[in-house]
Write a protein that binds this ligand. Sequence first.
Ligand SMILES: Nc1nc2c(ncn2[C@@H]2O[C@H](COP(=O)(O)OP(=O)(O)OP(=O)(O)O)[C@@H](O)[C@H]2O)c(=O)[nH]1
Ligand SMILES: [Mg+2]
Length: 329
Amino acid sequence: MGEPGPEPAARGRELAEGALAGDRRATARLLTAIENRTPVAEAALRILYPQAGQAHIVGITGPPGSGKSTLVSALIANVREAGRPVAVIAVDPSSPITGGALLGDRVRMQAHAGDRDVFIRSMAARGHAGGLAAATGAAAAVLDACGFDLILIETVGTGQSEVEVAAAADTTVVLEAPEMGDEVQAIKAGLLEVADIVVVNKGDRPGAQRTAAQLRAMLVAIAPRPGDGDERPRPKRPEVLLTTASTSVGVPELLAVLDRHRPTDHDSGSAAARLARAEAQVWAIAGDRVRAQLHDDRHREATEATLRAVADHELDPYAAADRLLGDVQ
Ligand SMILES: Nc1nc2c(ncn2[C@@H]2O[C@H](COP(=O)(O)OP(=O)(O)OP(=O)(O)O)[C@@H](O)[C@H]2O)c(=O)[nH]1
Ligand SMILES: [Mg+2]
């Protein structure tokens, strides 16, 4: 793994201690280590994780161009007025749709440059399913341990990534914009499933109220009924709010709703959500490790032979999975 130096544990400790002491360069380096999945990151996280658990981690997702970055910027401004530190992880899906957006994001965020209680970081959403949940979860834990009590994770809602980010967040905000009008039906059902709060942004545009009404109707339709076996820790139907992020209209109201969603130590919904989050992250990492081992030099040949046997119908996939699991540690 890419990290130089023979003593990742010592380096991890050094970075963790630096980050805890408020050294933002150490924090930035740690996030790079997390992104690159190095042993240094693991060593640092071992120290930092027990200190995390205070922050409110909020995922902000929605279609490209719905105004996520503009809203994040408005939220930062509002939160800073109240004197609270805030961190942002902008997940770059490296997709052609949004490939050009990051620079714009940076420009917008410059209003907060030089404010050490604002920490903004972009992260690549590379790798396979599960990796993003683990990486964003770890990055959020680092920022949490460093004292950022609100952590916003922006990601484009185009498929798997918002589900993974939802797995790393306490609260998921799904953004819509009115011009998406008729498409609302088709694209949003999947996105709405992960929403704790739905925001119709660009409230200054025609059709914003109508979009909000449509979304409220859709949420009634997809809401889990009691007793239908849906045990996800999302007891309440999401609220639908209107914002105009470009002028901060509705942003203080959104912050107030977010604060009501802040997990507490003593409610069972928060405890269940935390457990679900732990599960998603640990499973993702465990899956990663199993896959990595099965493809390492010791196992690769046997793994490939087993997979070929399934392809050739000499072995069924269940027996193959058992055999492969028997091969790891
Ligand atoms: N009229 C209006 N325009 C807005 C509002 N919020 C954002 N915009 C504009 O919408 C465009 C897209 O905004 P972004 O904040 O970059 O959207 P995004 O969801 O972060 O986009 P991606 O990161 O590319 O997915 C920009 O031109 C913004 O200025 C709003 O409330 N009203
Ligand atoms: Mg953006």
